[in-house]
Design a protein around this ligand. Structure first.
Ligand SMILES: [Ca+2]
Ligand SMILES: [Ca+2]
Ligand SMILES: [Ca+2]
Length: 145
C-alpha cells in the first residue's frame, strides 16, 4: 500500500511547515531542541514512539483545524493539501469530522508515522535522542518530499 502523502505531512510538522504553507523557503522559527522538548512528554531526554506519535498528531491536528472547533472537517483537510481518500482513512467513523481522539487512535496515521520514526531512531532502540533527532531532521525532510 502506498503511503498517503497528506499524512506524510504530519511527519513534516516536526521539521518544517512547508507541507502546510506551500512555502518551502520560509524558515521555521522552531529549533530542533524546542521541537524535541515539546515531543518528550515525560522529559527523560528521549522520545518514544508513543510520544512521537502523540506530538506529531497533536501538531497535525492544530494545523488542520483552522477554525479551532476541535474537529477536522473534510473541507479543512483537503484545503490543507490532503486527499478525500486520506481523510476517510482517518475518519473511520465516517462522520465527516475527525476528532483528536480519532486521529490519535487511527491505524492509518500510526502506520504512516512508523517509517519516519524508524528513520529517526538510527540505533533502533525504540527511543529517539536529541542527537538522533538532529540527524533525522534532514532525512525526514527528504522522506516527505
Ligand atoms: Ca520521553
Ligand atoms: Ca475545524
Ligand atoms: Ca535510538
Amino acid at each position: 500500500m502506498k503511503p498517503v502523502s497528506a499524512l506524510l505531512c504530519l511527519a513534516a510538522a516536526l521539521v518544517s511547515t512547508s507541507c502546510f504553507t506551500g512555502k518551502s523557503a520560509q524558515a521555521s522559527t522552531v529549533t530542533p531542541e524546542q521541537s524535541f522538548k515539546a515531543a518528550d512528554l515525560d522529559g527523560d531526554g528521549k522520545v518514544s514512539r508513543a510520544e512521537y506519535d502523540s506530538y506529531l498528531i497533536g501538531e497535525m491536528f492544530a494545523r488542520y483545524d483552522k477554525d479551532k472547533d476541535s474537529v477536522i472537517t473534510e473541507k479543512e483537510f483537503v484545503s490543507n493539501g490532503g486527499t478525500k481518500e486520506g481523510f476517510y482513512k482517518v475518519n473511520t467513523s465516517g462522520t465527516g469530522k475527525i476528532t483528536l481522539h480519532e486521529a490519535r487512535s487511527s491505524a492509518a496515521v500510526k502506520k504512516t508515522l512508523a517509517a519516519p520514526f524508524k528513520e529517526a531512531d538510527t540505533n533502533g532502540d525504540g527511543q529517539v535522542t536529541l542527537a538522533e533527532f538532529r540527524i533525522s531532521r534532514e532525512k525526514t525532510l527528504d522522506y516527505v518530499r
